[in-house]
Design a protein around this ligand. Structure first.
Ligand SMILES: N[C@@H](CCC(=O)N[C@@H](CS)C(=O)NCC(=O)O)C(=O)O
Length: 258
């Protein structure tokens, strides 16, 4: 049986869960970002990040590598398009989702998290920079969606990687207007009808009630673990002083590089 060191709300874990379901693979899930699972998580990933997949003697970290492993292990149904050109396009969108969309959405959303009850405001210009760049990427995505209604001619790793991020835009009050994003809105509706996507959305909603419904949270509520791409986006937009102050006040930490 596969074991997924998981978290209901992590976009990377959501991607992997959708792929597991799409491939009809059974697995056991551990909510490894819960504080009482931390020691167990570092035995499989010293960076203490989810997702991690354990398959017998094999341990795979990083969502893109986990998906590649699952594709090698259980190729049918495939999450890769048929041609080398479309596979390159799918991987490129996966990387853009994992490194850029994730970074922006993470960096602008920490004030809305149910775990961290922050009383401060985002630094001046952060939300505006994030919204502007999100729209630039979404315009590219609107262009990239092809006649199939998906990004690469069929449901693929590109769509599974992008969906968790696109589904986080509404809570951030970033609305997709029909006039600018007709294909993206159709893509979103089509994605929500896929069993793997639909079932995972139900899971996320159920877990949100289970984890936060009582007003308590099982997760870290003071420090934020800042990974490379998320820091890079801050630095690229001139928020180094704000980040330095987060570090010096003990509200930011970086993963172990072991
Ligand atoms: N490149 C990694 C990124 C994984 C990642 O950033 N995971 C976050 C959750 S979204 C994490 O586990 N952070 C540690 C923490 O929040 O304690 C992947 O694709 O799996």
């Amino acid at each position: 049986m596969l074991t997924l060191y998981d978290n209901p709300f992590s976009p990377f874990a959501r991607k992997v869960r959708m792929v597991l379901r799409f491939k009809v693979l059974e697995y056991r899930s551990i909510d490894a970002l819960a504080l009482d699972e931390h020691d167990r998580l570092i035995t499989v990933n010293p960076r203490a990040e989810v997702p991690v997949l354990v398959d017998g003697a094999v341990t795979v970290t990083d969502s893109a590598d986990i998906v590649s492993y699952l594709e090698d292990r259980s190729p049918n149904p495939t999450v890769l398009p048929a041609s080398p050109e479309l596979r390159a396009k799918a991987r490129q969108w996966q990387r853009r989702a994992d490194t850029v969309l994730d970074a922006i959405i993470h960096d602008v959303s920490i004030w809305t998290w149910p775990t961290h009850h922050r009383s401060d405001q985002p630094p001046t210009g952060l939300l505006e920079a994030g919204r502007r760049e999100l729209h630039e990427i979404l315009v590219d995505l609107e262009d990239a969606i092809d006649a199939s209604g998906f990004v690469c001619d069929q449901l693929s790793i590109a769509d599974f990687s992008l969906f968790p991020h696109v589904s986080s835009l509404k809570p951030l009050a970033i609305l997709l207007e029909e006039a600018t994003y007709p294909k993206l809105l159709r893509w979103n509706r089509q994605m929500r009808k896929q069993t793997a996507v639909h079932e995972d959305l139900k899971y996320v909603k159920r877990k949100a009630i289970e984890k936060f419904g009582s007003g308590q949270s099982p997760y870290e509520d003071e420090k934020i673990v800042w990974r490379g791409d998320r820091i890079e986006w801050l630095l690229a937009h001139g928020f180094q002083d704000w980040f330095a102050s987060e570090l010096s006040h003990g509200r930011a930490v970086v993963p172990s590089s072991l």
